[in-house]
Design a protein around this ligand. Structure first.
Ligand SMILES: Nc1ncnc2c1ncn2[C@@H]1O[C@H](COP(=O)(O)OP(=O)(O)OP(=O)(O)O)[C@@H](O)[C@H]1O
Ligand SMILES: [Mg+2]
Length: 385
């Protein structure tokens, strides 16, 4: 086989990748951090193309630029890079920038698309020297593929198995030096041996409002939307520290400005638009507020089991757990405890209610063992439901 003939770009793996992405499309909300089809269409135009264009993430940017520059100086492919962090903070963007800085095309696939080791073998054997292979959601790759990847990353070799059963033989195939860029929203789910094979891991953090404001202004310029600094500030402060959400809110506010005003996104226009779309001043949406409201008004601040809470707001347990709660926990409005969900004093205040004297959450971890890992209490957890 002349492996230089196979291009990942037109392989069925990309269809699987698209399908995996389409999975995310259910249950949209303006403040969902993952991308919908609309986002993907616009994001291509809004993505920074070089490290210099990337706003914020100073630390990762500096670390990454050192890794790339040193590799360039040595005339070698850069070390494998792992990018971890919540959705919408720029992992894919950075992967594309790495490829651009290296001057190679980006080969793109994702963990869920690699269901068999053979899928990965096909991808790896099609790589050319210096290629950048991007594996999105790398924590969702199958175990046999993962083991094949260890060897490929370390020894630039892949063992292609020919035949089945006892007669099967493994033929080692040398790979040209390449750079693997893995992205994951769940670095904790990555097996140690895989994590250890990356030469550099960049952790993306949520953005400061000032950085988001710069991102909104940059996007507005690219989309030819006229906006004032105060308008940008209002959008930024409701974007949950996430550029993808900032860009999405900008588009909705632009619609409002265009239809209800003269097209300019001013402070009052931004406020009115975001109120219409039910994104409040802290970036909470309708579901987030419904969860808080049920927790405080119906269950006296908890503790209450997540399933009960989900029924109260008419949603699936998973939706409450995976869509609403992470941000509520992050902003300190809700705590996950072994006995159930608990409202913090800030939650009562956020709803404009007085904090009851007998509220379950007394502002510390003394009353319950605080635990914000959903996995720890899914299934057989001790939580009363
Ligand atoms: N530092 C940044 N500066 C400017 N824009 C950014 C930055 N980071 C992200 N963005 C914008 O946010 C959008 C989402 O970023 P990206 O697709 O890279 O996120 P991601 O981390 O890969 O998310 P996911 O986990 O869902 O794959 C990009 O299209 C880009 O426009
Ligand atoms: Mg991505």
């Amino acid at each position: 086989m002349d492996h230089h003939d196979s291009h990942i770009d037109d392989s069925p793996i990309d269809d699987a990748y698209a399908a995996a992405e389409a999975e995310h499309l259910a249950g949209r909300s303006l403040t969902a951090a993952d991308a919908d089809g609309d986002d993907r269409a616009v994001e291509a135009a809004l993505r920074p193309r070089t490290l210099d264009e990337v706003v914020g993430q100073e630390r990762v940017r500096e670390q990454l630029s050192l890794v790339l520059e040193a590799a360039r100086g040595r005339g070698r492919a850069p070390d494998h890079v792992l990018l971890s962090g919540p959705p919408g903070l720029g992992k894919t963007t950075l992967a594309m920038i790495i490829a651009a800085e290296v001057g190679s095309p980006l080969r793109l696939t994702s963990g869920p698309a690699i269901t068999h080791a053979g899928d990965l073998a096909a991808i790896l054997s099609g790589l050319h020297e210096g290629d950048v292979l991007f594996v999105d959601e790398i924590h969702r790759m199958s175990r046999p593929a993962e083991e094949m990847l260890y060897v490929a990353m370390e020894d630039f070799r892949v063992d292609v198995v020919i035949g089945k059963g006892p007669g099967a033989t493994a033929i080692p195939l040398e790979l040209p030096p390449f750079t693997l860029v893995g992205a994951t929203t769940r670095a904790g789910l990555l097996p140690g041996p895989l994590r250890d094979r990356f030469g550099f891991t960049g952790h993306l953090e949520f953005y400061e409002t000032a950085d988001l404001e710069r991102i909104v202004r940059r996007s507005a310029a690219l989309l030819e939307v006229e906006l004032t600094d105060e308008g940008a500030g209002e959008i930024a402060s409701r974007s949950r520290g996430t550029p993808r959400i900032a860009n999405r809110l900008l588009r909705r506010v632009r619609d409002y400005a265009q239809v209800r005003a003269d097209g300019v996104v001013t402070h009052p226009i931004a406020r009115a638009a975001l109120e219409l779309y039910e994104v409040d001043e802290s970036g909470l949406d309708r579901l987030d507020r419904a969860v808080l409201d049920a927790l405080c008004r119906r269950f006296g601040g908890g503790p209450v089991g997540v399933s009960t809470l989900a029924v109260a707001v008419g949603e699936e347990r998973e939706t409450v757990e995976e869509v609403a709660e992470p941000f509520l926990v992050r902003t300190g409005l809700l705590a996950r405890t072994p006995r159930g969900r608990v409202a913090t004093p800030a939650a009562w205040t956020h709803l404009g209610l007085a904090v009851p004297a007998d509220a379950a959450f007394q502002g510390g971890a003394t009353l319950f063992d605080l635990d914000d890992q959903p996995s720890a209490e899914s299934g057989t957890g001790p939580e009363a439901d």
